[in-house]
Design a protein around this ligand. Structure first.
Ligand code: FES
Length: 105
């Protein structure tokens, strides 16, 4: 869900949209917005699972301080999605535990 009419900022003007892939599903995002904002607008609230208890985690501080929103982005684990802007074609995955770095062949 997105705010389309704000009492102070006014009506949303033309936005440029990009597409990202999250866990295999295409998601439309506004160019330059944080990954977490795009995912929450699409209804996703669980971004990772903790290593020991496998507890779900999502956005908490939204300013890059808590690391609760970490996901694997384009194969790189532990990316704080609340402060990382979307880029067209980005591949975002829910992270399990500490995540894994894929070795180059
Ligand atoms: S929500 Fe706290 S670092 Fe992203």
């Amino acid at each position: 869900m997105r705010i389309t009419q704000h009492p102070i900022l006014g009506k949303r003007d033309k936005q440029q949209y990009v597409k990202i892939i999250c866990d295999g599903q295409p998601i439309e995002a506004i160019a330059g917005e944080p990954i977490a904002a795009a995912l929450m607008a699409a209804g996703k609230t669980i971004f990772r699972y903790t290593r020991k208890k496998k507890d779900p985690r999502g956005v908490f501080c939204a300013i890059g301080q808590c690391t609760e929103c970490m996901m694997t982005v384009d194969g790189i684990p532990n990316v704080r999605t609340c402060i990382t802007p979307v880029q067209d074609g980005m591949n975002v995955q829910t992270q399990h535990g500490l995540g894994q770095v894929k070795a180059n062949p």
